[in-house]
Design a protein around this ligand. Structure first.
Ligand code: H79
Length: 464
């Protein structure tokens, strides 16, 4: 490691960077240090908490077989085909020769995300299959050196995100099905195929960690990502100490970067939030394919989810969620204080599938009117789930997201007694809605039918 990095690392370690809650070596924390690190942490989390909605992109060689290998199809996820179809490296590598995304248009991808109301994108720089989607100096198994495309789409995307004001972020898998340090030891599986739990060859871990660090240095210094989103950390050869070390390394490369909890072992299964037996590395929790039943105050988290049933493109997955479900998910997540990271799986030709584009446009239409009730909000104040929908909050404002419109023209906000000075529809801010209170809470007179069939937002101005 260069001297400069060691220095930065020492300083950051001394400042107590890198744990979900910040403790010093003894496990205790002086109030002064807590305040300092909280401020730094709040500072670097600020844009992310404000953003609330991002695009996940799973794009790699797996888009070539698109969920089918020698006639075999599966319900399993597309980017795991090297595992479930038991494809050895020698047969998987040639997919690179068919990966030619001539229809890839960085400006269009970023525009699609932006028009959907998404504030950041997280794209696979390297998934479990080990193929680098950027021009890596430490591997030839990358898009520039091994495909007929020969260009670097991450360069184009990073530039385009800067131009259009979308935060650009990378996913990176710790488990690697292509690196010689790792192999498969499982009944009936090829030694060099993909597998949920790769083994580490004796004495090879240091070599592999050096390789990861070299790639991460390239990713951070060449593309300036706002987040590093690790995954594939559950293999038994990866430890929390490894995670903390990698966290500090990446933060040393760019002090303002955000790093998810999958850099280490904090993640609690698919729930994704941190276990509480010790302090784990990572700036935010990562529930996968689920939205937690309630939020947790003071904990940052982001739910990632597919729009159909796969992350990487599968030609025959038509199980699309409706625009209504997706908008409800954005709202549900925000109402619990989290971010929603919604996935698209582009084709090997470089196109975001049209059903995804249509749905994103639908979400964007809603966000354009109601975005103020999502961006920069925190969880609503209600302890129990509202029968008609969800609530989000900002200082001086409460946003009611009504999924089920009241048949009798009266919306009841149960137990709500704060001083409300005004109520109006987000889509019609000039017209006041009539309110009264009774023992049940606040009663708002609303139009007889739902102004927005997906979710109507009612804004309450609250005296602080
Ligand atoms: O990149 C996408 C997927 O390929 C990857 N994560 C998303 C974002 C992924 N999805 N599912 N899996 C990986 C399967 C992993 C399942 C498990 Fe486990 C790993 C089961 C047991 C080990 C996760 C960690 C659940 C329990 C521990």
């Amino acid at each position: 490691m260069p001297r400069r990095d060691i220095l930065i690392l020492l300083v950051l370690t001394a400042l107590g960077f890198g744990t979900m809650r910040r403790l010093d070596q003894t496990g205790a924390m002086s109030p002064a240090r807590a305040a300092a690190t909280d401020t730094q942490r709040d500072e670097r989390m600020r844009w992310w908490r404000e953003a609330r909605f991002g695009m996940f992109i799973h794009w790699g060689l797996y888009a070539v077989p698109a969920g089918e290998y020698h006639g075999l199809r599966s319900k399993d996820i597309g980017e795991w085909i090297m595992s479930w179809a038991n494809i050895p490296r020698s047969e998987y590598e040639p997919f690179a020769r068919q990966f030619n995304p001539v229809k890839f248009d960085a400006a269009r991808w970023v525009r699609i995300a932006k028009d959907a109301g998404m504030k950041y994108m997280v794209i696979t720089s390297k998934h479990h299959d080990g193929f680098s989607m950027f021009d890596s100096a430490v591997s030839d198994y990358d898009i520039v050196d091994s495909t007929p495309y020969k260009k670097d789409p991450m360069r184009a995307l990073s530039d385009e995100c800067k131009k259009q004001g979308v935060k650009f972020c990378f996913y990176y898998s710790i488990m690697d099905w292509h690196h010689p340090s790792q192999y498969v030891k499982a009944e009936g599986k090829h030694e060099t195929a993909g597998h949920g739990k790769t083994q580490m060859r004796d004495g090879q871990k240091d070599t592999y960690v050096k390789y990861m660090k070299a790639q991460l240095r390239e990713l951070v210094t060449k593309y300036d990502p706002a987040v590093l989103w690790f995954d594939g950390e559950w293999v038994d050869w990866w430890t929390e100490a490894d995670g903390k070390d990698l966290y500090q390394y990446v933060r040393g490369l760019k002090p303002s970067i955000l790093i998810n909890n999958r850099v280490g072992k904090g993640r609690k299964g698919m729930e994704g939030l941190n276990k509480d037996d010790q302090e784990y590395a990572g700036d935010f929790g990562t529930p996968e394919q689920q939205i937690p039943p309630t939020g947790i105050r003071g904990v940052d988290w982001e739910s990632c989810m597919t729009m159909n049933e796969t992350w990487g493109f599968k030609s025959y997955d038509n199980q699309w969620k409706s625009v209504e479900t997706l908008v409800h998910n954005v709202i549900d997540t925000a109402s619990k204080g989290g971010n929603y990271l919604l996935n698209v799986g582009p084709t090997a030709e470089g196109e975001i599938p049209p059903p995804s584009v249509e749905r994103l446009a639908g979400i964007g239409k809603w966000m354009k009117v109601n975005g103020d009730a999502i961006y920069g909000t925190t969880a609503g104040p209600f302890k129990t789930q509202l029968a008609w929908g969800r609530a989000t909050a900002k200082p001086g404002k409460l946003y009611l997201h009504v999924f089920n419109w009241p048949a009798d023209g009266t919306l009841t906000v149960p137990g709500y007694t704060d001083h409300v000075t005004r109520a109006y529809l987000m889509a019609n801010p000039k017209t006041d809605l009539t309110m009264k209170t009774n023992a049940g809470g606040l009663l708002i007179q609303v139009p007889s039918s739902a102004p927005d069939p997906i979710a109507t937002v009612i804004v309450l101005e609250v005296a602080r």
